[in-house]
Design a protein around this ligand. Structure first.
Ligand code: ATP
Ligand code: MG
Ligand code: MG
Length: 529
């Protein structure tokens, strides 16, 4: 089935310590459509999926938390829907916070009428200062009538209204900052991508989440534990409105070394032109990682493996790429590429004209089929190999057989081999040679011009601190392109194929570079450092 990998991976090794695991559970994944999904979101989505679908009858809700028109768009919303599908996460229901705007409004009125909310015009100015110093806002005692009037002003989008926000009256002096009269409604004049100009006020996440979790029937609210301080506030909202209480389960945020996992910061580096977009292979987005050559199964397994831990992690990418490598090694056909600027022309004696033959694409996986190998009296090999040869040394031409090195010609400086003469010695034992050399027949119909692209991390520091300025830690150069020549079979690959270039590593065919008609291959990190 479609989820085999996860279910076996998860079921086998997870003890998440929850008492009610054997009853159907309703969970929700609440992405804000303000960017593309990144690997941190994948953790939240997969954990919600895991709990909802572990038991018969459970439900996963994907709830678009679309309450801030300044940041959100239909493009982001659609990308999230698609990326969940790519991740093999299938919500049973998709909902939108924006479908509840009228209900949320009614709840806000209820809060005001019961004396649990007040309008505030200091929040936009020095409100934060008051909150930090545990002082009451000067508006804290604003009465019900006055608050209602200001809330209506806010709703109308009038000049006066735009100066105000609505806050829950919880406590101004609580040791828990999240309890200090949080904002529950804000003005925003921008049109919303789903509700257009119907609303000029929007509920905050702090107000939305507890209400919608309750009325949508969520029975387990998963939250990252950086929100733990907000749990009391979440409970307060449900209590204040007489709503069904929803249990919360905290899990840890997932972070990676030298990686930004914030949509706002990722959007920033796109704008700065540091990457080409949300699906750039250097991005920690689902799209970026897959474009770099990650497979879905190891990605899911790796992320779920982190599930039970509640420590805030700063993970290494290597472990994830190593898991991926094991997987792709079984399915990646093997090809040959020779570095173009480092190639040496070799004459091979003892070959009767150019010969074509069929060889398996992967020695250990015959199901992958066969490829054409061209043999001929003129081949190219790489400088690093040729440079190490000694006269009369017996070497192995991979997938062909042994040869003896008969002549080595160097440039006047002696540093570069300009020409080689080999003599086939097919009776030699390929198991006994030290050097196994990649080579390609030099005839033009055999050589496909390609480029190999390697990427580096976008930032230079393992973990950025709050005080660090992003600009100071951006890696200067993160893309390295090399020209190479590949065997003729490569021209038949479809875009997105994952292959191995023998003795180089794994690559994913991304596109055709139209500037010079070269097939562009991205190097897939091996996971070895
Ligand atoms: P970002 O800072 O990247 O914008 P966010 O939390 O603001 O993240 P949301 O769209 O609100 O983005 O997140 C949807 C869900 O994903 C939330 O439940 C959130 O807690 C979770 N999530 C976001 N980042 C991570 C992370 N790094 N690790 C685990 N879960 C995360
Ligand atoms: Mg958020
Ligand atoms: Mg965030």
């Amino acid at each position: 089935g479609k989820k085999k990998y996860t279910d076996s991976a998860a079921g086998a090794s997870y003890d998440l310590g929850l008492p009610q695991l054997d009853i159907p559970i309703v969970t929700r994944f609440p992405p804000e459509p303000s960017g593309y999904l990144h690997i941190g979101h994948a953790k939240a989505a997969l954990l919600n999926d895991y709990f909802a679908h572990k038991n018969e009858g459970g439900i996963l809700i994907c709830r678009f938390d679309d309450t801030n028109p300044s940041k959100e768009s239909i493009e982001f919303q659609d990308s999230i829907t698609e990326d969940l599908k790519v991740m093999e996460i299938y919500p049973d229901k998709t909902t939108f916070s924006s479908d509840y705007f009228q209900q949320m409004y009614d709840y806000a009125i209820k809060m005001i009428m019961s004396g649990r909310a007040f309008a505030d015009d200091s929040e936009l100015g020095k409100g934060d200062e008051d909150r930090k110093n545990r002082r009451p806002s000067k508006c804290r005692d604003l009465g019900i009538e006055e608050t209602l009037a200001r809330f209506k002003d806010m709703q109308s989008g009038s000049h006066e209204g735009q100066r105000w926000c609505l806050r829950a009256r919880i406590a101004y002096d609580s040791p828990n900052g999240a309890m200090r009269d949080p904002v529950i409604y804000r003005c925003n004049q921008l049109p919303h991508h789903r509700t257009g100009t119907a609303w000029k006020i929007y509920p905050t996440y702090d107000f939305c989440a507890p209400i919608l979790d309750s009325i949508e029937g969520v029975t387990l609210a998963l939250r990252t534990n950086e929100y733990r301080d907000r749990n009391a506030q979440y409970e307060w909202m449900q209590e204040a409105l007489g709503l069904r209480r929803v249990p919360i389960w905290d899990f840890s945020r997932m972070n990676f070394v030298r990686t930004l996992l914030s949509k706002r910061k990722l959007a920033h580096i796109i704008v700065k032109g540091k990457v080409s977009g949300w699906d750039d292979p250097r991005m920690p987005t689902i799209r970026g990682i897959l474009r770099r050559g990650m497979m879905v199964a190891p990605l899911r397994a790796f992320v779920l493996m982190q599930g039970p831990s509640r420590n805030i992690l700063n993970l290494e990418w290597g472990a994830l790429w190593a898991m991926n490598r094991k997987e792709i090694d079984q399915v990646a056909p093997r090809h040959t590429a020779i570095d173009e600027t480092q190639s040496i022309a070799c004459e091979v004696r003892g070959v009767n004209g150019p010969i074509k033959s069929k060889k398996p694409k992967h020695g250990k996986v015959p199901e992958l089929g066969e490829k054409t190998v061209l043999y001929g009296g003129n081949i190219i090999i790489e400088q690093t190999d040729g440079h190490s040869f000694e006269i009369n040394e017996e070497i192995t031409l991979m997938n062909w057989g042994n040869a003896l090195v008969r002549e080595i010609t160097c440039n006047p400086g002696g540093g570069i081999v300009t020409n080689l003469v080999l003599e086939l010695y097919l009776q030699g034992d390929v198991k006994k040679t030290k050097k196994k050399v990649t080579w390609l027949a030099a005839s033009p119909e055999n050589l496909v011009p390609i480029e190999l692209v390697r990427f580096d991390y976008l930032i230079t520091k393992d973990k950025l601190e709050k005080s660090d300025k992003l600009e100071d830690f951006l890696t200067e150069r993160t893309e390295f392109r090399h020209r190479a020549l590949a065997d003729c079979n490569v021209s038949q690959l479809t875009f997105g194929s994952i292959i191995q270039f023998e003795r180089k590593g794994f690559y994913r065919l991304d596109c055709l570079n139209r500037m010079d008609s070269r097939l562009t291959f991205f190097e897939i990190p091996s996971g070895r450092s």
